[in-house]
Design a protein around this ligand. Structure first.
Ligand SMILES: Cc1cc2nc3c(=O)[nH]c(=O)nc-3n(C[C@H](O)[C@H](O)[C@H](O)COP(=O)(O)OP(=O)(O)OC[C@H]3O[C@@H](n4cnc5c(N)ncnc54)[C@H](O)[C@@H]3O)c2cc1C
Length: 310
């Protein structure tokens, strides 16, 4: 029987992050992942301290933002990959009033360092976009490549014998330990990082705090557009290289029969209004977000008697 400090079930951004932290602290770990249905691999990878359009700061933005930047930069160096692919965001305003709001917000210290002053000179890279109400630029906006991160780190862990590609079936702490024993593994602690597929919540008797929310991106090819920054109008347009762009993501209403088709039509309608150029749809990517009602993460030991963490 292989004896470990931690088993981590799930290798999306949550599982990968905790795995890296535990390895750095010298613990013996094993990551178990089915490598299917993951949100992280198809996500936009946008990281930013504010939600433009609504002009809200994300939760604990002042703490989160400097830490996130250092965190991803360090990981990029460790893995020796170009992880952070895009710096900067262009926000295409929905209305004339939004440009006034942008200027008002800049008076505040947080927003002042985040939003660039508006300018009358049209940016070269916006030549091919319709911006009737103007636009604002934020340099302090990052995008990392989530798939590259997972693929590279998975390979590292596999090389070290710390990754197992299997689906673990369990619905209680007892069946979890039995399932691990079937694979010859025994761990002091187990961390569940299963995204929307998590159904066992130690310490929670009623209900599941996760709401699964579908999302879809359309992948387009648009030679000549030549965007280096991410553009945000109703949707994000994220440059992913070789004249390809990831456009989305949608929040389709799952109770409607044609929700996928409808969400695709919404992206097309937005793009047709925004782009002055012809583009070609090459693919659709979809995934399921693990969301919570209050949009805050769930983390820790929920049952003091248990060795299973979330
Ligand atoms: C379309 C879309 C776009 C998004 N864009 C952004 C964005 O731009 N910026 C942003 O911050 N967030 C974005 N998100 C949200 C973000 O992707 C998720 O919040 C995040 O990736 C969740 O990570 P996770 O590790 O919790 O789950 P996941 O990435 O889903 O990983 C869970 C893993 O656990 C594995 N697993 C589950 N059960 C088992 C089991 N029993 N045995 C073995 N393995 C198991 C799964 O196969 C999966 O690999 C987006 C999400 C979607 C769907």
């Amino acid at each position: 029987m292989r004896s470990l400090d931690f088993v981590i079930v799930g290798f999306g951004i949550a599982g990968a992050t905790i795995a890296r932290e535990l390895v750095q602290r010298g613990h013996r770990i094993l990551v178990i992942d089915s490598n299917v249905h993951k949100a992280t691999a198809i996500a936009g990878g946008t990281i930013h301290p504010a939600v433009l359009r609504y002009y809200n700061q994300v939760w604990r933005a002042d703490e989160f933002w400097p830490k996130a930047k250092t965190f991803y930069q360090n990981w990029e160096q460790e893995l020796e990959i170009p992880l952070i692919t895009t710096n900067g965001l262009i926000r295409v305003f929905d209305t004339k009033e939004e440009s006034e709001l942008w200027c008002e917000k800049r008076v505040d210290k947080f927003w002042g360092q985040y939003l660039r002053p508006l300018s009358d000179v049209k940016e070269q890279e916006l030549t091919h976009l319709n911006t009737p109400h103007g636009y604002g630029i934020s340099e302090d906006f990052w995008r990392f490549d989530p798939k590259l991160l997972l693929d590279t780190y998975r390979q590292r862990l596999t090389d070290e014998g710390q990754y197992l590609n299997i689906e673990l079936a369990f619905n209680s702490e007892h069946t979890l330990n039995d399932a691990l024993a079937d694979f010859g593994v025994k761990a002091k602690h187990v961390i569940l990082a299963q995204g929307y597929q998590q159904t066992y919540w130690p310490g929670l008797i009623h209900g599941n705090p996760i709401q699964a929310k579908k999302g879809q991106y359309m992948i387009i090819e648009c030679p000549g557009l030549k965007l280096s920054k991410v553009v945000k109008s109703k949707f994000f347009i994220i440059p992913i290289g070789q004249d390809y762009y990831q456009v989305g993501a949608t929040y389709p209403r799952q109770d409607q029969p044609n929700h996928i088709k409808e969400s695709q039509n919404k992206i097309v309608a937005d793009l047709d209004g925004l782009l002055k150029m012809h583009y070609r749809i090459v693919d659709y990517w979809d995934g399921v977000r693990p969301t919570t009602k209050d949009r805050k993460p769930i983390l820790g030991r929920m049952d003091p008697q248990s060795d299973v963490y979330v």
